[in-house]
Design a protein around this ligand. Structure first.
Ligand code: PEP
Length: 251
């Protein structure tokens, strides 16, 4: 990891979680408090239905919350959608945008992801912008160029006064139990860092780049030790307090 950047571990609950799941948050909050508080930023992105209650439960333990997606508009006739303003109103501080499941299931383009990132900034929140190649793209030797193109299209040119977080999530590693080798992760994160520095200078050098895709207690410390890996975006393993705590503790 890069020493001067505060690492961030974010849990993405996806479409999982009801009132009963708050017990896991209570357990996690207890574990973190017993250990003297987290040594990194800890974010949980639950379904929007749980945001407010999760905030109330977890705030004293240092856990903050995030949304999983938002509409680019602040309000309007968009049935079923949620805006960044609404997420902010419910207490969120971060919003995931451009997750590969959104890009695939909802045909989200880089342009749309960029609009969403701008909407997140307008609401005073921090976007976690996801990028990552498919297995076919990696096998074809195109992983670096695919991610570079996603970064070019998904990141706003002007985020002066705001923060962004990047999450590199190889699509083929999400929910599969498979991960890239440490060398492959290092190569991609170094390339993303170089890209960010070229485009945004010092702000790019200070931007957190998370790894996501089958991160779990057994591989977290190896992955988090890699240069330019500044934390993780964790799906399945964030649903259980013990597993998520073990990943947070690996920082
Ligand atoms: C994700 O969906 O962002 C993710 C990383 O999922 P998993 O950890 O389950 O692979």
């Amino acid at each position: 990891m890069t020493a001067q950047i505060t690492p961030l571990i974010a849990g993405n609950w996806k479409m999982n979680g009801t009132t009963a799941s708050l017990g896991e948050v209570q357990k996690l909050a207890g574990l973190l408090t017993q250990g003297g508080g987290p040594r990194c930023t800890v974010v949980i992105c639950p379904p929007a239905t749980l945001l407010e209650r999760l905030n109330e439960l977890a705030a004293s333990s240092g856990i903050v919350t995030g949304g999983q997606d938002c509409h680019p508009a602040p309000s309007g006739a968009h049935t079923g959608d949620i805006s960044a303003q609404m997420l902010a109103d419910a207490g969120a501080q971060y919003v995931i945008v451009g997750h590969s499941e959104r890009r695939t299931d909802h045909h989200e383009t880089d342009d749309l992801v960029q609009l969403k990132a701008l909407a997140v900034h307008s609401a005073g929140l921090v976007p976690i912008i996801c990028v990552g190649e498919t297995e076919d793209q990696r096998d074809a030797g195109d992983a670096l160029s695919v991610v570079a193109a996603q970064l070019a299209g998904s990141l706003p040119d002007d985020w002066t006064g705001h923060e962004i977080v990047i999450a590199y999530e190889p699509v083929w590693a999400i929910g599969t139990g498979r991960t890239p080798t440490p060398a492959e992760i290092a190569e991609m994160h170094d390339a993303i860092r170089a890209d960010l520095e070229t485009r945004f200078g010092e702000r790019g050098a200070a931007t957190r780049i998370l790894y996501g895709g089958s991160m779990k207690p057994s591989n977290a410390s190896q992955i988090l030790r890699i240069g330019n890996v500044n934390g993780g975006l964790v799906g399945g393993a964030s649903l259980l307090a013990n597993d998520f705590h073990a990943i947070i503790s690996a920082v």
